[in-house]
Design a protein around this ligand. Structure first.
Ligand SMILES: [Zn+2]
Length: 242
């Protein structure tokens, strides 16, 4: 399938820079980490989050406890990885984040070792499209082959797995999501973790049914027709007769 909901909603319009220090974005990254921690997707110092504004990237520092992250633990780099602002060394997965920005023009990247996503990446080559909400990530979610953390090999395999997708699982490691905005990248991480949990429950009972291409296409057409995912006010005339 050439067009998915991921493509429909993924308009990669970069934000405009308010300052080179990206103070708002550093706060947003810290907020996102604490939310992911509260949702159970982060364990200790594992995982990393970044947001891009034009040619600057605010990214979590290596060794920081993400669930308690503060804005001063977010470092600003350029798209070549050179530190522009901040006192802490950026995450060891910096090349992975920069690779996503270079190849896909995204606005934010989230990497976690979330338990259910990591578990699915231990046994499957891809998470099948078991629910129509997964179309927001592009449908099936590929599992990138294992490579040592922080290596170009890992970044390369994850970038390939993300082709046309808003998420990838990483064998024996975790998961990566990306999106035009940080909020959306976080939502994608939560959606992926939910879907992995649903798959696990279903697989414990039997063989999960998978949406075929025709069913997926019908969802995409319906979502486009109804502008799915946004709220719609009731017209005043209808409101009176409800
Ligand atoms: Zn990792």
């Amino acid at each position: 399938m050439n067009v998915t909901l991921f493509h429909v909603y993924a308009t990669f319009a970069p934000m405009t820079a308010s300052s080179s220090a990206l103070s708002q974005e550093r706060t947003a990254v810290a907020d996102a980490c604490r939310r992911l921690g509260a949702e159970g997707l982060l364990i200790g110092t594992a995982g990393n989050v970044s947001v891009r504004v034009e040619d600057r990237v605010a990214i979590t520092a290596t060794g920081a406890v993400l669930a308690e992250l503060t804005p001063d633990q977010v470092t600003v780099v350029d798209l070549d990885g050179k530190i522009v602002d901040g006192t802490l060394r950026p995450t060891s997965e910096l090349d992975l984040h920069l690779g996503v920005y270079h190849r896909y023009g995204s606005g934010a990247v989230v990497h976690t070792h979330a338990p259910l996503a990591t578990a699915v990446g231990l046994v499957l080559d891809e998470l099948p499209c078991i629910h129509y909400q997964l179309l927001a990530l592009g449908g099936t979610v590929r599992v990138a082959p294992y490579a040592t953390f922080g290596t170009p090999e890992l970044a390369g395999s994850v970038l390939a797995a993300l082709d046309g997708r808003g998420a990838a699982l990483m064998a024996n490691h975790g998961a990566v999501t990306h999106a035009p905005t940080l909020d959306k990248a976080v939502e994608n991480a939560l959606l992926l973790e939910w879907a992995c949990g649903v798959y696990r429950h279903a697989a414990a009972m039997g063989r999960p049914r998978v949406l075929d291409e025709r069913q997926q296409l019908a969802v995409i057409e319906a979502a486009i027709a109804r502008d799915y995912g946004t709220t719609h006010p009731v017209p005043p005339a209808q409101e009176e007769t409800r």
